[in-house]
Design a protein around this ligand. Structure first.
Ligand SMILES: NC(=O)c1ccc[n+]([C@@H]2O[C@H](COP(=O)([O-])OP(=O)(O)OC[C@H]3O[C@@H](n4cnc5c(N)ncnc54)[C@H](O)[C@@H]3O)[C@@H](O)[C@H]2O)c1
Length: 390
C-alpha cells in the first residue's frame, strides 16, 4: 500500500490522539508537527516521534512530504490554517467545530469542494462500534420511525472559577462554549445515528460561573486547575450550561443539555432515540453497551461483541466481546475511514464511509450552533436552522 505522509498543527490535548490513531493504521507516516515556536514544536515532535518540527504552520504546509494536514489548534485558528492548507492542495482533517461561525465554515466547505481535496471533521463518536450498531438498527427500522430524541453531554472540568480554557474566550473559542465545544458533538451524533436533520431549535443558555481567574501563563486543555495568585479576573460572556429543544425534519421532537459545570460528569455523552417499536440508548461512559428498550418484552443490553453485532457495524469492533474498546479506538476508526478513502484515491464527491464526517457535516453543525445562539439571544424563541444563506 502506498504510504501517506501527515503533519499536524497543534499538539496539545487532542493532537497527540490524532497522531496515535494514524500510526495504528500502518501506512501513515507522521512527518511533522507545527507549534507556536521552534522550541515547543521540537519538544512535541520528539515526544510524538515526528520527523520534523516547525515553529509555524506555514512551513508545515510548504513541506512536500505532508499530504494530509491535521488541524488540532484552538478554534480561532481552524479557518486560517485550513484555508491555507487547502490552497496548497493538501487533504485536510479538522478537529471540531469546523469553524467559529457558519459563514467561515461555508467558505471552507466551498473552497475544499472546488479544490477537490479530501476534507474531514473529527466527530469522533461516530467511530464507536455501538454507535454504528445503533445507526444500523435505526436504519433497518428496529424501533420504527423515531419520534423522540433526547440526551445530554455533561462535563465538570470547568466547574470552578479557577478553571480556565481558551474555549471561554469568544475571540479564541467562538461565541459558545458548552454548545460549541460539546453540544456540537451531540448534534452531529444524533443526526448521524438517525439520518434526520435538525431544523428548528429553542434554547436557554446560562453562564453559571460569571467571573473566572484566568492564569497568566498558558496551558493545554483539561489540565487540573490551580490559578495560584498569578491570574486576571475575567468576566464570562459565554455559556457553560445550555438546554435546547429541537425539532427534526420528520416531525420528531427532541431535547438535550450541554454543560461543563456538572460535578461528577467527566465526559458524559448520552443519546436515546425512541420510536413506536422500541428505544435505543448509547452512553459514552459505558460505550461498549447499547440499551434497547421495549414495551412488550424485556429490555436488553447488547454488548459490543462482534459475534452479536450486525455485519456492517462489526467492522468498527476490533476486539472480542468483553474486551473493552474505548475513546481512542473510536478515534482510530474515524482515521481508518478517512485514510482508507484517501488511500483508495477517492474524490470528495464519492460516498463516504460512515465514521467519516466531512466539511459539509461540520458546516451543518456550525449552522445549528448559530441557530441555538440566535434563539437564546431572542429570549428563547423557536428558530429555524439556516442551512442555505451563508
Ligand atoms: N474531537 C474531540 O473529541 C476533541 C477533543 C478535544 C478537543 N477537540 C478540538 O481540538 C482542538 C484543540 O483542542 P485541545 O483540547 O487539544 O486544545 P489544547 O489547548 O490542549 O491544544 C491546542 C494546541 O494548539 C497549539 N497552538 C496554538 N496556537 C498555535 C499555532 N499558531 N500554531 C500551532 N499550534 C498552535 C497550542 O500550543 C496547543 O498545544 C479544538 O478545536 C477542540 O475543539 C476535539
Amino acid at each position: 500500500m502506498k504510504r501517506i505522509g501527515m503533519g499536524i498543527v497543534g499538539a496539545g490535548f487532542v493532537g497527540p490522539h490524532h497522531v496515535d490513531a494514524v500510526r495504528r493504521l500502518g501506512f501513515v507516516d507522521v512527518i511533522a508537527v507545527a507549534g507556536t515556536s521552534e522550541t515547543s514544536a521540537k519538544a512535541k515532535a520528539e515526544a510524538l516521534g515526528a520527523r520534523k518540527a516547525y515553529g509555524g504552520f506555514e512551513a508545515l504546509l510548504d513541506d512536500p512530504d505532508v499530504e494530509v494536514v491535521h488541524n488540532a489548534t484552538p478554534n480561532y485558528l481552524h479557518y486560517p490554517v485550513l484555508a491555507a492548507a487547502i490552497a496548497k492542495g493538501k487533504h485536510v482533517i479538522s478537529d471540531k467545530p469546523l469553524a467559529m461561525t457558519a459563514a467561515e465554515a461555508k467558505k471552507l466547505l466551498d473552497q475544499a469542494t472546488l479544490s477537490g481535496i479530501v476534507h474531514a471533521v473529527t466527530f469522533n463518536y461516530r467511530g464507536n462500534p455501538m454507535v454504528q450498531q445503533a445507526r444500523h438498527a435505526v436504519a433497518r427500522g428496529d424501533i420504527g420511525r423515531p419520534h423522540f430524541l433526547h440526551g445530554y453531554y455533561l462535563q465538570d472540568w470547568l466547574i470552578k472559577d479557577t478553571d480556565y480554557s481558551w474555549r471561554l474566550d469568544p475571540e479564541k473559542g467562538g461565541p459558545s462554549s458548552a454548545i460549541g465545544d460539546i453540544g456540537s458533538h451531540w448534534c452531529d451524533l444524533v443526526q448521524h445515528i438517525t439520518g434526520l436533520r435538525i431544523i428548528q431549535v429553542l434554547a436557554d443558555l446560562t453562564t453559571v460561573i460569571p467571573t473566572r481567574k484566568k492564569p497568566k501563563g498558558s496551558r493545554d486543555a483539561f489540565v487540573a486547575s490551580d490559578a495560584g495568585s498569578d491570574f486576571d479576573l475575567v468576566d464570562m460572556r459565554i455559556d457553560d450550561l445550555a438546554s435546547v429543544l429541537v425539532r427534526f425534519e420528520n416531525g420528531a421532537k427532541g431535547v438535550f443539555s450541554a454543560g461543563q459545570v456538572c460535578a461528577g460528569h467527566k465526559n458524559d455523552l448520552a443519546l436515546e432515540i425512541c420510536g413506536p417499536l422500541g428505544s435505543i440508548r448509547w452512553h459514552q461512559e459505558h460505550q461498549n453497551e447499547l440499551w434497547i428498550g421495549r414495551r412488550d418484552g424485556p429490555n436488553q443490553i447488547l454488548q459490543k461483541d462482534p459475534s452479536l453485532m450486525d455485519s456492517e457495524p462489526r467492522e468498527y469492533a476490533h476486539l472480542p466481546g468483553g474486551h473493552q474498546e474505548a475513546w481512542a479506538d473510536a478515534f482510530c476508526n474515524v482515521m481508518r475511514d478517512i485514510y482508507g478513502f484517501i488511500a483508495a484515491g477517492k474524490s470528495s464527491t464519492d460516498p463516504h464511509p460512515p465514521a467519516f464526517a466531512t466539511f459539509e457535516d461540520g458546516y451543518r453543525v456550525n449552522c445549528i450552533v448559530e441557530a441555538i445562539l440566535d434563539s437564546a439571544r431572542n429570549g428563547g424563541r423557536w428558530t429555524e436552522v439556516n442551512y442555505l444563506n451563508h
